[in-house]
Design a protein around this ligand. Sequence first.
Ligand code: PLP
Length: 386
Amino acid sequence: MAFDHLPEALQQLANKSLLRARSVVADDYDAVIKVDDRHYINFSSNDYLGHRQHQDILQSYVEGLSRYGAGSGASPLVTGHTTCHQALEDHLAEALQREAVLLFSSGFAANQAVCQALLQSGDTLVSDKLMHASMVDAAMHSPANFLRFKHNDLTHAEAQLQRASGNVLCVSEGVFSMDGDCADAAGLAALCQQHDAWLMLDDAHAFGVLGDNGLGSVEAYGLNQQQCPIVMGTFGKAIGTGGAFIAGSQVLIDYLLNHAKHYIYSTAISAAQAKATLTSLQLMQAGGARSQLQANIAYFKQLAQAQDLPLLPSDSPIQPYMLHNPEQALAASAGLKAMGLWVNAIRSPTVPKGQDRLRITINATHQTKDIESLVDGLVMMRAKLA
Ligand SMILES: Cc1ncc(COP(=O)(O)O)c(C=O)c1O
């Protein structure tokens, strides 16, 4: 029978505690979710600034919906690109001091598109070892050479840049999605300039979080378009809506517009989403939620350090609690849920084998007492698993 290996493949995952399943969220407001008739404080959302429920953003959504309808109705090169999309692109280009911006329906699509459109046989993609699956998957399907450097290791990055041939694209995340640490973006930019490579930063978790105005790694490290020719940012995390963008030179954007299949052959995000996203960016640049986010991260770290919890070093909203095997990670997550604390277990292949963990995310809507409850819960869970 065709595909009769599927049940066995699923069973094997279950045997290794690596089977994935979803939870159905019935209600969701600020830091509280309701699942299976129970409420939990949510420490797994990427809504770092709490923008998903912001009244001004919701109002913009409603205005966009009533004026432009529920969906865009077409791909951007047909009739899916409206004044709302253009205004969002123009705003981002000006804020990031780039010549142009192109919107994508997701960060996954944007990363794949850049790889697919720019890299040809004989070219090289040089990437941090912990780069997100959207880029690694694109690299695997690309005819270009693929060289990885040890995580955040500039000496190894330079060695790989020396080995690279053809047009060289060097990619790193700004804030790493699973470890929460930052790339040395300035160091990478300098190396790329020395070796005639283009630096691309995937700022999915840095955008909205780093920089005086929340504009991410290029703002935090002062990198201009020459130093970082490609910036990818997503709207589904700190911005609280969905979709993504690529920012860079006019030539880059024109080239993608003509070659990136994920852009050309895909329905545009809705005008309402673009309008709401622009409102979210304006709020983000005003900064109130970001200072609350930083205060919450600092408070969590202070309490966690006092309890000697095994966290990876991170100043970002992503605070990984290491457990090193999938069974322990699942048990810890279940134990916390029993206490009303929602923290997802992250297992391989999302993280390397043996680096299973709880991925704790702190956001601006957490109250002091939420953070205190989390640390108490982690301490109790650690004692239980010992
Ligand atoms: C580092 C990184 N890049 C890209 C993506 C993909 O972004 P999106 O969720 O918009 O597809 C994610 C999301 O998980 C991510 O963490």
